[in-house]
Design a protein around this ligand. Structure first.
Ligand SMILES: Cc1ncc(COP(=O)(O)O)c(C=O)c1O
Length: 483
């Protein structure tokens, strides 16, 4: 290959501007149509595993293909093969939050395509990140001694928080690692209802998943603080070093809230790190009537909140707050030579706050959606979720075939079909969920509480109205009668 210019230089560049403009208009229509007609789609596909792959070529194309064809394959192959989390009848997990302004925010960030690793590599991305982190901090009432960073997910946030906890429990681990230093076995405590992200963090940090102690819950699925104190005392006697507690505000199955103030007191007395996993519940602290869930947060060392769960930002957007964020920076700051010229002393370089170097401009979509809805718009929408959740609970309470399986919390209702022989109930509850999901008309989740299978509905999608909820309830009733 010589160094002469190729004949058709045009071919090596990007799509011609006029053509690109046409494609964008086409895509804008596609997005608007998708949103407008989403309700006509099945919520979940009825394909068997492998069915979609079988329709896709095993070999990547040798020559480029036209956008029109690609978009038509999205319609033909991809859209029918999806669980539509944005469908108003999607009531699984924690209801999802795709909104028009959120979609616009995502679209704007695509052409910018910057790397928000240091202030210098994109001042606006860095400064906007600081601004939106601070907006959220004020909305949920966290004191300003908490600084934050945006990651993709809460699991990544908790791993970073516990890395700092580990460094403070075993100084110089950053430099020397854990091996051959005569360190004790560290322990992390969390409740039976907490998310498995604690174990994932323990695996990653060399603490070991068996050193995550699952403390039992009280009858409302909150961590039993007495049992926590006993576990810590017992472990100390056995030679373990209690390192951290992960308390949850909005547990994955029932959205229960651990007693953070009491847990914080234990952590202070025992000199342990307190991480609050408010991945789901955190956003609800914006409601005055839910203010109580943020009690004790000021005593935490770190808190994670997922605005992609409850504060209407499209996936992914998770904020880790650390009391004195410099503690986090000290563990992860590392400036490779190639970046030295691009780091300005005194300016925030978000690459210093985690293992990731390259970082998306996630703050932009949060800024767009939060400006579009305003605090009041967010609060009203969360209130509407809570109203509908309580409405559903009232239907369950009024129907002899069902009972609530946990106290109703935030946007989550766990309930159980009880109109049959006890030894068949687990199977029947599971069957109702499976049949509804297979029908493509709605989507629910099942979970286990105290060893029993229950159905679970999580609200959160702004497209889900009372009418949709009524339809889902009717469907549940019909399926229950059928099984
Ligand atoms: C309470 C809680 N914490 C953490 C997570 C993990 O969240 P992510 O998917 O952002 O890692 C979840 C996920 O649903 C959760 O419910």
């Amino acid at each position: 290959m010589g160094i002469e210019a190729m004949e058709d230089r045009h071919w090596l560049g990007d799509t011609a501007p006029e053509e690109f403009r046409k494609q964008l208009h086409e895509l804008a229509d596609w997005i608007a149509d998708f949103r407008e007609n989403i309700e006509k789609l099945r919520v979940a596909p009825d394909d068997k595993p492998g069915a979609i792959r079988a329709q896709l070529p095993a070999q990547a194309p040798e020559e480029g293909e036209p956008f029109k064809e690609i978009l038509s394959d999205v319609d033909r192959l991809i859209v029918p093969g999806m669980v539509h989390w944005s469908h108003p009848m999607f009531l699984g997990y924690f209801g999802w939050t795709a909104t028009a302004p959120g979609i616009l925010g995502e679209i704007i960030s695509a052409p910018l395509n910057v790397n928000a690793m240091t202030w210098r590599t994109c001042p606006a991305a860095t400064e906007l990140e600081t601004v939106v982190i601070d907006w959220l901090r004020k909305w949920v009432g966290l004191p300003d001694k908490f600084g934050g960073v945006v990651y993709d997910t809460a699991s990544v946030g908790i791993m970073h928080a516990l890395a700092v906890a580990r460094e403070e429990a075993a100084p110089s681990t950053r430099k020397l690692g854990l091996i051959n230093r005569g360190l004790p076995r560290f322990r992390i405590y969390t409740s039976h209802e907490a998310h498995s992200a604690a174990e994932k963090a323990a695996i990653t940090l060399g603490i070991g998943e068996e050193n995550v102690v699952r403390v039992s819950n009280d009858n409302e699925f909150r961590m039993d603080v007495k049992l926590l104190a006993q576990s810590i005392a017992h472990d100390r006697q056995q030679g373990f070093q209690p390192m951290a507690v992960v308390a949850t505000v909005g547990t994955t199955s029932t959205a229960s809230v651990d007693p953070v103030p009491e847990i914080a007191k234990i952590c202070q007395e025992e000199k342990m790190w307190l991480h609050v996993d408010a991945a789901y519940g955190g956003g609800f602290a914006m409601l005055p009537e839910y203010k109580w869930i943020s009690k004790g947060w000021e005593m935490a060392d770190s808190i994670v909140i997922n605005p992609h769960k409850t504060v209407f930002v499209p996936l992914d957007f998770s904020v880790l707050y650390v009391r004195d964020a410099d503690r986090l920076r000290r563990v992860f700051t590392l400036v490779p030579e190639v970046l030295r010229g691009d780091t300005i002393e005194g300016e925030k370089n978000y690459m210093d706050y985690g293992i990731q170097l390259g970082r998306r401009f996630r703050a932009l979509k949060a800024w767009v959606i939060w400006r579009s809805l305003g605090r009041a718009g967010i609060v009203s929408r969360l209130r509407e979720q809570v109203r509908m959740t309580n409405l559903l609970a009232s239907w369950i309470n009024a129907d002899d075939r069902f009972e609530l399986a946990a106290p109703v919390s935030m946007g989550v209702v766990c309930f159980r079909f009880v109109c049959a022989n006890e030894n068949k109930l687990d199977r029947l509850n599971s069957e109702i969920v499976e049949q509804i999901n297979a029908s493509g008309r709605a989507y629910l989740t099942q979970t286990k509480l105290r060893g029993r299978t229950v159905m679970r509905i999580g609200l959160g999608n702004v497209l889900t109205t009372e009418e949709h909820l009524r339809k889902a309830w009717q469907l549940i009733g019909e399926r229950a009668d059928a099984v």
